[in-house]
Design a protein around this ligand. Structure first.
Ligand code: SAM
Length: 248
């Protein structure tokens, strides 16, 4: 059955232009998701994001289970959301469906991801470690209600993005850092420039070393600020490999 489905997909790919495929996929996803527009877990399956799968779950709780709890209050509001890391655009399309009336921004270093731009999904090409790119995006959007970092997973990139973008998160907003399991090992060891899509666009001479101590220092600092009633962080939720930082 699976191979039949795959060969039908292959047939469509051969017969249709990329533009026609995009329109067809959009229609298919919209029709399929009609009864589930408020069900993030079902939308995750329809839009084929991996945020709800076993690799992104612990003790039966997936990233999408966590996000469904914490992000539901944003539904129905004209929010602006940024996801760092576009890949095939699956999660951006899921967010667009889950948040009607929203504007979804994606940032990716891979120029090939620009093809996933569509109505209400704006894609910027550049590095999450480039302050000028981040500032430009913040200016273009007018600030964000939700920021989700699912980009390079390089600790120093994630910290740089947070340092630059948190001030552009609106009061009451949420900043999410995903896949923190990666923060414990040097990414260079896994030949990630070849294995992970888009990683090769990071400068060749840049080390992708991850030292968890950098993240520990980062979290220690923001927790300490919060405890000393400094800054704008209202609360922090840690789940397995994902962390939600709420702005007050
Ligand atoms: C895990 S994938 C994103 C998956 C996507 N968020 C989803 O859930 O469908 C990681 C993406 O990060 C991008 N990336 C790698 N280094 C980056 C950087 N320095 N800045 C921005 N994006 C980067 C890659 O090109 C890749 O598309």
């Amino acid at each position: 059955m699976k191979s039949e489905k795959e060969s039908f997909r292959e047939l469509l790919k051969r017969k249709l232009t990329p533009g026609q495929i995009k329109v067809l996929r959009g229609l298919y996803e919209v029709v399929l998701s009609l009864p589930f527009s408020g069900n993030l877990q079902m939308l995750g399956r329809i839009y084929e994001t991996d945020k709800g799968d076993e690799n992104h779950s612990y003790k039966g709780v997936s990233y999408l289970d966590v996000y469904a709890k914490c992000l539901a209050p944003f539904r129905g509001k004209p929010i602006s959301m940024l996801e760092i890391g576009v890949f095939r655009g699956e999660s951006l399309r899921m967010w667009k469906r889950y948040f009607p009336g929203s504007n979804i921004y994606g940032l990716d270093i891979d120029p090939g991801t620009k093809q996933f731009e569509e109505n209400r999904i704006c894609i910027e090409i550049g590095s999450q470690a480039d302050a000028a790119v981040l500032e430009g995006l913040a200016k273009k959007s007018g600030g964000f209600d939700i920021i989700l970092d699912d980009g390079s997973h390089v600790n120093k990139h994630m910290i740089k993005s947070f340092d630059c973008l948190f001030k552009h998160l609106k009061k009451g907003g949420v900043y999410i850092i995903e896949d923190l399991g990666c923060s414990y090992f040097p990414l260079d060891q896994g030949n990630v420039r070849e294995v992970w899509p888009g990683m090769k666009y990071n400068p060749a001479d840049e080390t992708l070393d991850n030292d968890r101590l950098d993240m520990d220092e980062f979290f220690k600092k923001i927790i300490s600020d919060m405890d000393h009633r400094q800054g704008d962080i209202l609360s922090i939720q840690f789940w397995s490999s994902t962390c939600l930082i709420f702005k007050g």
